[in-house]
Each structure stands twice: as C-alpha cells, then as structure tokens.
Ligand binder design. Structure first.
Ligand code: ZN
Length: 434
C-alpha cells in the first residue's frame, strides 16, 4: 500500500543500557551472576527451540510413514498441488499445499474495510482450516513474509491456529519490523526458525556525469549493488541437503523440494537499486519474489514488488520467469509503482494473472489500476492463451469511479469470489529438471 516513508533503523538487540549508565558501579560478583543467568536463559531457549522442532518433525514423520498408505483423495498430501490466493481485501495471503502435503504460506495480512472483520476472518479461516490445508495437521512448513508492510502480515495471529508453528520463516528486512502483528512474537526466541533473505546480487550500469575542464562528460560505470546472503551468512551451494541451497543457476534460494513434483525457490529479495524510478521507499522493492514449480506448471508470486524489482528479475532471472503459467501482479495492481509493460512482455504468462485486491478496492488506494488489468488482458489475448469463462473484474481508471467489466482472459482479482482465487494442479509429468 502507498504509505509515508518511515524511518529505517539499524539492528539493535533491544538491551537496556540504563544500569550501565547509572552512577552506581555494579560489583563484579553481581555482573558475573547476571551474565551467567542470561547465558543459561539463552541456552535453555535455544534447547527448547531445537527440542520443539525435533518433536514437530518426529510427529510429522510418524503421520507420514515412508511407504505408508496415501492420504484420502481431496485431502492434504494426496499428490495434488493446491493454491489459494485468499480474498483478503486490501491485503495479501497465499496458501498452498504441495503434492506431499507440505504447507507453504506467503504473507497473511489486510487493511480491509469492505467487510465486517468477523465475516472476513470466518471466510479466510474457512479456507485455511480446510482439509486441503491445515485441518488434518496444523503444521506449516514454510512461511514467506515478502516485506514488513502490515497488509502482508497483520492477520497471522488472528487467522492461524494457536498450534500452527512454522518450520521456517523467510523474510526480507529485519525481523523486528514484523512485530506489530504479534504473531512473530510467538516464535520469538526461535531464532533458528527465521531466515532473513537478501538476494539482490546485481550490477547496474549507472551514468555518472563528471565535469572535466569546461565540458561535461557522461560515462557508464558498473556498480555492485547487492549481495547473496541468508540470515547473515552465505547461502549453501549445491551439494548440500535439498532444503535451502542455491539453485543450479546460483541465483535463487531453494526453500522446498519434492523430487519430480515440486520446487519452491526465492528468486529475489532486498533488491535495493532503484532501476525504474519506482516511487518507493525501498520496502516494497525489497519484497521476496517466489517461484513455485510443480509438475508441468509454474507460479510467480511477487508480493509488492515494484518495477525496479521487476527490472532486477528481467536482468537476472529472465529464463526463470518467462512463460510461467500463473503470476500475481505486484503491489495490488498498482500502475504507479509496478507491472511495467517490459515486465509483462518478459513474463508473458501462459494462463493467468491474479491481483490481490478487494472487490471494489478502497477509494484511498484506487487499486487495482485498469492499466495493469489491460496490460495482462491484452497480452493473454494476443497469445490466444488463458481463456476462461466470463467473469467480472473491478478496477480503477485513471479518473473517476471504480469500473466493473466482464473479461474472459485469465485476469482475476481476489475479490472476484468469496474464497479468493483457487488453482489446482493434478499430478502430471514434471517439467525437465524438476
Ligand atoms: Zn501490500
């Protein structure tokens, strides 16, 4: 959502320095005892985190014995891939269940005011707690928090069952930036659960003007602007266990892999260079961008990525994003910040583009923009792909009130139906390399 730039602060450890600032000089034995107590508390917290994680993994393994009977058709882990872009109004939440029954959540927040909070919560819970997702076992394997704007995480505490603790949380920016939602406090101390992802290794050509004598000379320089980092350390390269390693191209972070069925890769995160004058304070531009490859289909999830993030993807990940079957449109269909024509041409989706936005969108935000809807509609029309039964899409023109139109291309908003936009991929021959 558009918002005022906010102060970005460096990491701090939250420690209180009052005692150190007081006039009293603490006696050495007191300090030592305090240090020991803190160390013991930290060690016991880490032990509890590790024990909890091992217990969850053991419980999962017991429920899913190798070679055991497959779950009943239509429930979690039955070999079918399911994804729902929930109807979150002015917000974003995608939940998916892999063929082997692992659940992945990408964002969970809203600024909605179109519907009563109770109705909204019941509607979202209806999907989240269904047998296809969380009902038969409230374990979430991977949570991806694209960026710390409230409309992407503030419903985590309200909508997820108390018992649902993720195996790993990937996020951009600093973890404390997500604290307003309360949910990450539940896993506070579980430091091994949370991974801050920074994937923006790139070199940008920048024009620099220099004055030499009386003439001004413009030259292009290469500027290293990024890095590839995971939670402060380097990301393991191939040869390490399947989870959390760089993909074959060395540019993306594989966070989930089921051989021959499903691979989930974070393609970008913490892009900082403003390639496209995207009118962003950097938070949206830094969104984690996720590619899901499942059997013969693929999905691109953009969070609130801006045109600069899009330019990074086109520069660095063109082959990965080209002809994905399903894509989202970044930043709730904003034409001001996102979905440049160059990006739509580069992605050229095969089937569908989905915008996370309310049925009519909020007056204040005027999202999605008809220009964005048109861009995907024209592209899908030209390719002759992505034909669907006629459905109604609401979006905002440059001027005037919201407009509803019937379209038959694969362009949807999550406000189109009560349950949002649901996509099912039945078992099929995997794409090469999966
Ligand atoms: Zn947003």
């Amino acid at each position: 959502m558009p918002k005022n730039p906010r102060k970005r602060t460096a990491d701090d450890d939250g420690s209180d320095t009052k005692d150190l600032m007081s006039n009293k000089t603490p006696k050495l034995p007191v300090e030592t005892a305090l240090d020991k107590k803190n160390t013991q508390a930290l060690q016991s917290r880490i032990k509890k985190a590790n024990d909890d994680r091992a217990a969850r993994d053991a419980e999962w393994a017991a429920l899913h014995p190798a070679g055991g009977p497959p779950p009943p058709a239509g429930s979690r882990g039955d070999g079918t891939f399911r994804l729902t872009h929930l109807r979150m109004g002015a917000g974003d939440c995608t939940i998916m269940c892999t063929p082997e029954g692992r659940v992945v959540l990408v964002d969970c927040g809203t600024n909605d005011s179109e519907q009563a909070p109770a109705d909204f919560a019941a509607m979202a819970a209806d999907v989240l707690e269904s047998k296809e997702y969380l009902l038969n076992y409230p374990r979430i394997d991977v949570v991806i928090l694209t960026h710390p704007d409230k409309d992407h995480y503030n419903q985590l505490a309200q909508l997820l069952p108390q018992t649902a603790i993720p195996r790993t949380v990937y996020h951009s920016d600093e973890r404390k930036e997500y604290a307003k939602g309360g949910w990450l406090n539940r896993v506070e101390g579980y430091d091994d659960l949370c991974r801050r992802v920074e994937l923006s290794a790139d070199q940008a050509e920048r024009e620099i003007s220099e004055k030499k004598g009386k003439s001004r000379v413009t030259k292009k320089v290469k500027t290293a602007i990024g890095y590839t980092r995971l939670a402060g350390g380097t990301i393991p390269s191939s040869g390490t266990p399947e989870e959390e390693k760089l993909d074959g191209d060395g540019g993306g972070l594989v966070v989930l892999y089921e051989k021959g069925a499903c691979k989930i890769t974070i393609l970008a995160g913490m892009v900082q260079y403003d390639y496209e004058d995207d009118k962003d304070d950097g938070t949206n531009r830094a969104s984690l961008v996720t590619l899901v490859e499942v059997y013969d289909k693929s999905f691109l999830l953009l969070g609130d990525a801006t045109r600069s993030t899009e330019r990074y993807l086109v520069n660095q990940r063109a082959a990965k994003i080209k002809n994905v079957d399903y894509t989202t449109a970044g930043h709730h269909g904003s034409n001001r910040t996102s979905t440049g024509q160059f990006f739509v041409d580069a992605v050229d989706p095969v089937r569908q583009a989905t915008v996370s936005a309310g049925k009519k969108g909020l007056d204040a935000h005027r999202l999605p923009s008809w220009q964005v809807i048109d861009r995907y509609q024209i592209r899908l029309n030209a390719s002759g792909r992505g034909k669907y039964p006629k459905h109604t899409v609401s979006a905002w023109p440059d001027a005037g009130d919201v407009v509803e139109k019937q379209v038959e291309e694969g362009v949807f908003t999550t406000g189109c139906s009560t349950k949002g936009v649901q996509i099912i991929v039945p078992p099929a021959t995997p794409r090469p390399g999966l």
